[in-house]
Design a protein around this ligand. Sequence first.
Ligand SMILES: [Zn+2]
Length: 130
Amino acid sequence: MTARAQVGPSPVGGGPAVSLTANELIVLQRAAQGETYAAIAHDLGYAEKSVTKMALRLNRKLGASNITHAVFLACQAGLLDGKPRRHGDHAGFAAHQYRGEEPCEACWEGERAYRRDRKATRKAALSDGA
Ligand SMILES: [Zn+2]
């Protein structure tokens, strides 16, 4: 067995570099809900073997040793929350902090712009009121 890079919750310098196909994502989501490969295969109209292959492929992409590990890593990487990660603004910055991560460069940039704007707005409001 060769060592593989792990998908951490916050790869340095950016978001998760993992990209799964739509089918792989479906397999991952349904596995996360406790469905068997057989049930997933039945619903998708695939052979169980195809679903097993997809699972192995997504395990490899995520650096997981099995599907449970893959689900865990995908959760951490934000692949299972059903919405794309938002980056580059105050909300993205706050989301990083909420997840206990060091905000990425784009989010730091957005946060600095947000703070600058707020400061300018406050200053403008003060001078208007005076
Ligand atoms: Zn970010």
